[in-house]
Design a protein around this ligand. Sequence first.
Ligand SMILES: Nc1ncnc2c1ncn2[C@@H]1O[C@H](COP(=O)(O)OP(=O)(O)OP(=O)(O)O)[C@@H](O)[C@H]1O
Length: 573
Amino acid sequence: MNKKNPKAGQEQKGELASLLLTFKTTFFSLGIFSFIINMLMIVPAVYMLQIYDRVLMSANQTTLLMLTLVVLLMYVILAALEGVRSRVMVRAGNKMDAQINHRTFDTAFEKALRGASGRAGQTFSDMTNVRQFLTGNGLFAFFDAPWAPIYLFIIYMLHPMLGVFSTVAALILIFLAFVTEWASRAPLGESNKAYNSANTFANMNFRNAEVIQAMGMLDNVRRHWKPKHDAHISWQAIASERAGTIQAFTKFIRLSAQSLILGLGAYYVIHHEITAGMMIAGSILMGRALAPVELLIGTWKHFVGARGAYQRLEEHFALFPEREKSMKLPPPKGHITCAGLVSVAPGTSTQILKGLSFEVHPGDTVGIVGPSASGKSTLARLLVGAWFPAHGAIRLDAGEIHAWDKEQLGPHIGYLPQDIELLEGSVAQNIARFGKIDSDAVVDAAQIAGVHEMILQFPDGYETYIGEGGTVLSGGQRQRIGLARAIYGHPVLLVLDEPNSNLDDAGEEALVQALARMKKEKRTIFVITHKTSVLTMVDKLMMLSAGQIQAFGPRDDVLRWIQEQRQKEIQAK
Ligand SMILES: Nc1ncnc2c1ncn2[C@@H]1O[C@H](COP(=O)(O)OP(=O)(O)OP(=O)(O)O)[C@@H](O)[C@H]1O
């Protein structure tokens, strides 16, 4: 198999097309296999011809035995070739998957990062769809169909009128396949759209099952789901009814053709134009000629599905090209500079942050405050490189944060988002960020976060499994383990988004201690909070409002400014 770089020539061709091109030798051998298999498919007709016209006429048993042995040998070869052909394609499919699965995973992740997590899963199903089509019967239909004219040609040789008859039957079947596709495409599309919409609606709402249950909202939610589901069912019914009618007609044509060719053959036998053997052989050969056409019709739906999946994948890969590995940079010191930073949410154009400029030195602890929706969490996401600036730049030391190689930079960043999501795995794996577990470092991070004792009380301590089928943690427990994960490895930049929103007094005290420790180590810390206990730990304070910096400077100066502003507002009232 050709092992050329799948990315070669990907500027002109899609990434997937380039990958498929590296399998051209496999496809070529598939063509050869199909040719031999299809030639061997003629054997039953030839056998029948010989039996009728030679053996029965001559009553020669030796000929019968020899013919039968030869035919059986041919069938063994045929079965072996079909088996090998399937294996070759399954292996090619696995190889293909091995070459592209990291891209599928990474690009699906990027899609999720840009706020389309629902549609990220589609990438995996598209990949499976394409692979299954390329390794299943669907593809074989395409390789077998071109040989149909050869069967027709042989039928013409038996008698031109039998050939014309078979050709017309094949053309009618192909025409009916087009009619099915044309009649069902639109309703099937609408049905799929409604199905996806109903499913997304249900999945989104079932995430809030407890709220729905508590406030008796189930009837109302179902009422909103039902029209979408009904639309799916009725479009599906329209498509199935149309396809069913055409299929019934197709079956009529198919059965009639199979019988009529015998009838037509018998007519020419009566007129001594062909032998009885030729009549039977013609009927068998027409069956062979129509088989790939029928298979093609049967797999057309899969082909259309796989073609759609293929196009979506090409667009998807083009949207998220493979990133060049960034240069290896020295470990960052934690110097943040931000110039004219504008941010929009992924997939939108509304500005959330409207031109922020500020500088934070290594070892500074910065508190970020501001009303709801002022852009605090958005700034946190940009500080850790989870979102990209729409304009302007945010730099860590000399390099733009989002341009750093994530694998290189990750260990230097600690991030505790507002919605703390732990990943499915053990507590230790979560704290160690799913890397190689350094037990000492895990315990150290847990101790700094003040969570070590709590973890020891879990059923399996640090090995306690979190996630599907595992232990369910409380909001406060998740937040504290999330803090340990952020602190793991003593990163140079720590960004904590409301780290105390779920904490009790003991948890808050542990957080303050952890901050004090990281501060002593001269880490650069950003902490979004409204609580005074945490604000006592910060050196500088940034006040955000409507996506802009209202005040930024030494903590006490900013607090005084905020106080003055409030008083002015009260007086103005
Ligand atoms: N993923 C997103 N997609 C679209 N808009 C978003 C997204 N995330 C945030 N926004 C919008 O950005 C604005 C700022 O949100 P952000 O979460 O940064 O505010 P915040 O100051 O952290 O608020 P809070 O204190 O309530 O957490 C809001 O208007 C919000 O609707």
